[in-house]
Ligand binder design. Structure first.
Ligand SMILES: [Zn+2]
Length: 300
């Protein structure tokens, strides 16, 4: 059967538009699906190839991105593609040091604006659940440092929100990230501030003594300096803050958009909720659980 020729819809008359707007405006939901045409991405037709890992080029895992899109989210790629380096001409980046499994999460975020890291809990094996959970914890700081290397502020903001979401959901906070984060970042950054605040506000500094947690075993000097400076800054406020008043109750305090609108806030509720103050339903638990690479403490 031949397809029906689509008919041009009739233009809505001004009278109908007025009626429609008046009738629905009091209870109109915020538009989530329709976006302004001026905000539409200009994807273009040029593509960029990112080769991951080492070995023969044709065997390396390769990610393909729209050039314009990639430049819009990453200062690293934007600079590389507009410089005098060969990458600007070839559109090919060889990134031997990057872990394909971590980079894949960045790739998915570029196109879907979400971090696909949460595994569905297995109904049959609790051991498997713990392993899956550990994998997610281990992935989060690696994603953040990837975001630093790629100079991708929106991606880093998403990772910060994911960490805060995970902490709120699990009532567990990482306590062995200090060495990794301080060794893989070169200056003050949101994740440094966040892990310092975990120690200062959730633990009131009690875990920063030998034997109390892995972060205190081989502490980075800068981390200890930052923690001490933060404790001096906030003083008695540490002891007065209720669980729902922890600094990370507002994820935007760690985002890089400054006073500008939060790009995570106009999406769906799952992400935007991490940018709003909230009160966990149960008090933080306190006890220590160690994962294979990055330790976690389970705040029983
Ligand atoms: Zn924000």
């Amino acid at each position: 059967m031949a397809p029906t020729t689509p008919k041009t819809p009739k233009k809505t008359s001004p009278a109908k538009r007025v009626l429609s707007t008046t009738a629905s405006s009091p209870a109109s939901p915020i538009s989530r699906v329709r976006k302004a045409q001026r905000d539409a991405p200009d994807l273009g037709r040029e593509m960029v190839f990112v080769l991951l890992g080492s070995g023969p080029k044709d065997l390396r895992e390769t990610k393909v991105f729209h050039r314009n899109l990639l430049m819009s989210v990453s200062g690293f790629f934007a600079t590389g593609l507009t410089s005098s380096f060969k990458e600007a001409e070839t559109g090919v980046f060889e990134m031997e040091e990057e872990d394909p499994s971590i980079f894949t999460i960045f790739e998915q975020w570029v196109y879907k604006d979400r971090l696909f890291i949460r595994k569905t809990a297995s109904s049959s094996s609790s051991f498997s659940d713990v392993e899956d959970d550990d994998q997610e914890w281990e992935c989060l700081p690696r994603l953040y440092t990837l975001g630093k290397r790629l100079d991708a502020p929106r991606f880093k903001d998403a990772v910060i929100s994911a960490i805060i979401e995970k902490v709120g959901e699990s009532k567990v906070m990482p306590d062995t990230w200090a060495s990794y984060v301080y060794q893989n970042t070169v200056s003050a950054c949101a994740l440094r501030r966040l892990i310092v605040d975990f120690h200062v506000f959730a633990h009131q500094g009690r875990l920063l003594k030998r034997g109390a947690c892995p972060d205190a075993e081989e502490p980075e000097f800068e981390f200890l300096q930052d923690a001490l400076a933060r404790m001096a800054d906030v003083g008695q406020q540490v002891f007065a803050a209720a669980v729902g008043e922890m600094p990370w109750a507002d994820a935007c305090a760690y985002h890089e958009h400054g006073e500008g609108a939060c790009h995570l806030a106009d999406d769906d509720d799952a992400v935007s909720s991490t940018c709003l103050p909230r009160t966990p339903k149960t008090p933080l638990r306190r006890s220590t659980r160690i994962s294979s690479t990055f330790g976690l403490y389970d705040t029983t």
